[in-house]
Design a protein around this ligand. Structure first.
Ligand code: 5RP
Length: 229
């Protein structure tokens, strides 16, 4: 099966959890794209859904798919969000943000009751930070200083660029992709260390956020549930 089919299958499986009347968070990225399209088909069938978007790009795709997108401040909570991820570890902790939307994704996830992550099996890792760098969103002001403090945590922070220019997030910030040579041994500790650096807006560690992960393998779909605490 080709990679696009795997993404589509995982995303469409997750959309089976959407019920009429729900408030739904729409994720960002090439896998979440297929979920947005499937949610659009539910709206076509008459489902009454309130939807919020995790990025401007998702908002545009959703509107093109016939979905009304609400302002995040106008919903009280989100029943279910379907989003992608860059890494998933055995405890269902995640790295997200290679698509550049980690901040809005985290805000929507924080308001969400059931966060469902959709990935193909290449995203499964034993240890976070071994397949993907950790994206960290940083204010433009003083960013060289912020990057130096990130480096002092033992990673190599690389400024993300697009077409030769610094990549700017929907929030108007920069992203440093932080490469950890041996991965991230203590993700909770690292999360708090990173988020106490002045100038850091947020980071791509999503710990204890995912309730379910739908994994597309070459020959089957698997649904992983958050292990009990
Ligand atoms: C965007 C994200 C994406 O969900 C993540 O990068 C996965 O994207 P894709 O499904 O295209 O691999 O976190 O900020």
């Amino acid at each position: 099966m080709n990679p696009e089919d795997l993404k589509r299958m995982a995303a469409e499986k997750a959309v089976e959890f959407v019920e009429d009347g729900m408030t739904v968070g729409l994720g960002t990225g090439s896998t979440a794209y297929y979920a947005i399209k499937a949610v659009g088909r539910l709206v076509d069938q008459g489902y009454d859904l309130e939807c919020v978007a995790t990025s401007l790009q998702t908002e545009r795709i959703a509107r093109e798919s016939g979905i009304d997108v609400m302002d995040m401040n106008s919903v009280e909570n989100v029943d279910l969000t379907i989003d992608g991820a860059d890494e998933v570890d055995p405890s269902l902790h995640l790295i997200k943000g290679l698509g550049g939307a980690l901040l809005r994704e985290k805000i929507v996830a924080a308001a969400t009751e059931m966060e469902i992550i959709v990935v193909d099996s290449s995203k499964l890792v034993q240890k976070l930070g071994t397949r993907s760098p950790l994206p960290v969103e940083v204010l433009i002001f003083g960013s060289d200083h912020t990057a130096a403090r990130l480096k002092a945590l033992g990673c190599d922070p690389v400024l993300r660029t697009k077409e030769g220019e610094a990549f700017i997030t929907d929030g108007g910030n920069l992203i440093y992709d932080c490469h950890f040579q041996d991965g991230i041994g203590h993700p909770f500790h690292m999360e708090s260390k990173i988020n106490t650096i002045a100038g850091v807006v947020d980071n791509g560690l999503f710990l204890d956020v995912a309730k379910k992960v739908v994994v597309a393998h070459q020959d089957r779909l698997e649904i992983l549930d958050k292990p009990p605490a």
